[in-house]
Design a protein around this ligand. Structure first.
Ligand code: FBP
Length: 253
């Protein structure tokens, strides 16, 4: 079995800094300094993250060929949707090829699947192809799997979270990024369902009490997760490097 995530993990654990929110949520999610990509890249490099997650425009203009490229690996997000149209089922379309992601220096590509959307079949098809393309170029494929839509009553239930994790395994993802399901026990079921696909936590909106966020990380690590791929709880924090050090301690010790 080839390990496509070799240079994206430390002792089989991972801490990734996600920054695709300008696309997914709009600039209002990027308060103060966090609107500046360099601010995030400095946190990623100084904080010792295993990778930063960017869309292709940011990679082209701020990462590829820069000093950051030598300091921190890249996961390139190759699909995305805006947060404006609320008219029905979601389909987050691919906006960058796997080959171009590799050219920009990516060690893995990321792709979001909205499980439960009327279009989930198209996203399964896209991601199935993306895994094959990524592996033939010897880079990793990471699935963000988020249950969403009118038939999803409880997106963070044990069943839905485990289903999301399982979809990652069934489609050949090297890693699946899922949301928290409320407890260590529940999350353990998702990790079990993911089998040999590694599981990382998706952070969610910034929690006022940082201890709440750190407790969630503690719980998912106890449940067997490989780590986290988080954004807002780090770079919306007044002291991103301080919260990073606390996250790091939980994941790597
Ligand atoms: P956060 O830790 O800030 O939640 O980031 C994780 C992430 O998956 C991002 O990569 C993505 O932009 C965002 O959450 C999507 O969130 P949602 O679809 O729930 O609005």
């Amino acid at each position: 079995m080839i390990d496509y995530l070799k240079n994206l993990m430390t002792n089989d654990r991972a801490m990734y800094l996600a920054y695709d929110h300008g696309f997914e949520h709009g600039p209002e999610d990027l308060p103060g300094e966090s609107i500046k990509p360099e601010y995030i890249l400095d946190i990623a490099a100084q904080g010792g993250y295993n990778a930063v997650i960017l869309q292709k425009g940011l990679a082209e203009k701020y990462y590829t060929g820069s000093a950051y490229q030598k300091q921190i690996p890249l996961i390139l997000k190759i699909n995305g949707k805006a947060d404006i149209w609320k008219g029905g089922d979601l389909y987050s379309r691919q906006n960058c090829s796997v080959a171009y992601a590799k050219k920009l220096g990516a060690s893995a590509v990321g792709y979001t699947i909205f499980l439960g959307s009327a279009h989930d079949g198209e996203m399964f098809q896209d991601f199935g192809r993306i895994v094959e393309e990524a592996h033939s170029l010897k880079i990793g494929a990471i699935a963000w799997v988020y249950p969403r839509g009118e038939f999803v009553k409880d997106d963070d239930s044990l069943e839905m979270t485990a289903y999301a994790a399982r979809i990652g395994l069934e489609l050949g993802a090297d890693m699946v990024k899922i949301k928290y399901s409320g407890s260590t026990e529940n999350f353990r079921e998702a990790v079990r369902a993911a089998g040999r696909t590694k599981v990382v936590l998706s952070g969610g909106p910034r929690l006022e009490q940082e201890t709440q966020f750190l407790d969630v990380i503690q719980n998912v690590m106890q449940a067997g997760a490989s780590g986290v791929a988080v954004g807002r709880n780090v770079w919306q924090h007044p002291k991103p490097l301080e919260i990073t050090a606390k996250i790091k301690k939980i994941i790597f010790s």
